[in-house]
Write a protein that binds this ligand. Structure first.
Ligand SMILES: *[C@@H]1O[C@H](CO)[C@@H](O)[C@H](O)[C@H]1NC(C)=O
Length: 372
């Protein structure tokens, strides 16, 4: 057994608390959490306390760092620590790229939350910097895209690649959400008034774009879309409708909204139609062990056109655990290809194209090439 990778979490928001911490706990001695950084002292302290309880660490054993923390207690001080090998970055979208570079410059391996950057152009710049300066130094940088790592979505992609539904003809992916002003995500200040394109459509939408590339066998090539704002509090946009063509000529509809008037009637459904069958991906929740807790599952249903028989695959969602496990393996020299920044860039391209298309056809490869 190799010794645990010593890490720090940068960012003390909701996702660090409800997703990264539980994943670190479940991974046992893969990681050793040593420090927390947040912009404010209060949030760093709060996450450190939660982490100490969750990971059964002694009280006040985690070091906290924050802005205005003086010479001893800011991000630079954290990054100067030789005993921290890697960082998990879960900070506001527009502040991440500069901090990714700062962490790499300090010699840390990095896994940073999606989106890879707020725009395709920023993403390419960051990827080029990593490839030319930091990768040659042996540093690992990954983008945390948990959808790409979901066993349920991977199983769907594998079934399609194995021709279980024959050749893919067309598909339809509908993701309908309701975000109210009292929702926990909306109340994050940087999400309430976003300083990046698309608001929730970028922040949450890149996950759906990642689901598309994980499940479909051929890369997305062209997109035409319309974007709109239907609920004032979600400005600049809350809904996109897109028509997409893949390189192999198959096509589909991708519909994404955060602007439903209520959560009733919303949901998530992805149907892929092939020459020999249909594959349907849905999600469902089961009540957890504790009151008020629930566990999410992904269900893949494959129906054969020949005899109507169905095969079902059900996987518990655990993408964050999977992506952190994969990152650790990569730090130790085993690259399974998950979390590639260039793939996460394609997700930003899909959303950016949908936001700007206004009905015109956008070539996704060109969008990336022309942003160089
Ligand atoms: C989008 O296209 C419509 C119809 O051609 C046009 O009226 C509108 O001004 C365009 N919007 C933007 C933001 O370019």
């Amino acid at each position: 057994m190799s010794s645990p990778i010593s890490i720090a979490i940068l960012g003390a928001g909701i996702f660090a608390r409800i997703a990264h911490l539980p994943a670190i706990r479940e991974l046992g001695d893969v990681y050793q959490l040593k420090a927390i950084y947040s912009r404010s002292k209060s949030s760093a302290t709060e996450l450190a306390k939660t982490a100490e309880t969750s990971l059964a660490l002694p009280e006040a054993s985690l070091a906290i760092y924050y802005d205005l923390g003086g010479q001893d207690g800011n991000l630079e001080a954290l990054l100067a620590r030789q005993d921290i090998q890697a960082v998990i970055i879960a900070l506001p979208i527009t502040s991440q790229p500069a901090i990714v570079v700062q962490c790499l410059e300090a010699g840390k391996h990095v896994i940073s939350e999606k989106p890879v950057a707020p725009t395709v152009k920023d993403g390419i710049k960051l990827i080029n910097t990593y490839e030319s300066v930091y990768k040659p130094r042996g540093l690992v940088w990954r983008v945390a895209e948990n959808f790409e790592a979901e066993p349920g979505l991977q199983a769907a992609g594998k079934a399609i690649a194995e021709q279980k539904i024959g050749k893919v003809c067309f598909w339809n992916y509908q993701v309908l959400n309701n975000v109210n002003t009292d929702g926990m995500w909306y109340k994050t200040p940087w999400r309430t008034v976003p300083d990046y394109q698309g608001g929730f459509l970028l922040d949450g939408g890149v996950h759906s774009a990642a689901a598309l590339r994980t499940v479909l066998p051929s890369p997305l090539q062209q997109l035409s879309g319309l974007a709109s704002l239907n609920r004032e509090h979600l400005a600049p946009h809350d809904t996109i409708h897109t028509l997409i063509r893949s390189k192999d000529g198959s096509h589909g509809l991708f519909e994404l909204s955060f602007g439903l008037p209520s959560s009733a009637g919303g949901g998530d459904s992805f149907r892929v139609v092939g020459t020999e069958g249909i594959l349907l991906i849905t999600k469902f929740n089961k009540p957890g062990e504790k009151e008020g807790e629930s566990t999410q599952y992904i269900k893949v249903q494959i129906t054969s056109a020949k005899d109507g028989s169905t095969e079902e695959i059900i996987e518990k969602t655990c993408g964050v655990k999977q992506e952190l496990s994969s990152f650790a393996a990569h730090v130790r020299g085993q690259d399974d290809g998950l979390g590639k920044p260039l793939r996460a860039l394609q997700d930003v391209a899909v959303i950016q194209a949908a936001l700007n298309s206004n009905g015109s056809v956008v070539d996704l490869t060109k969008l990336i090439e022309e942003s160089q």
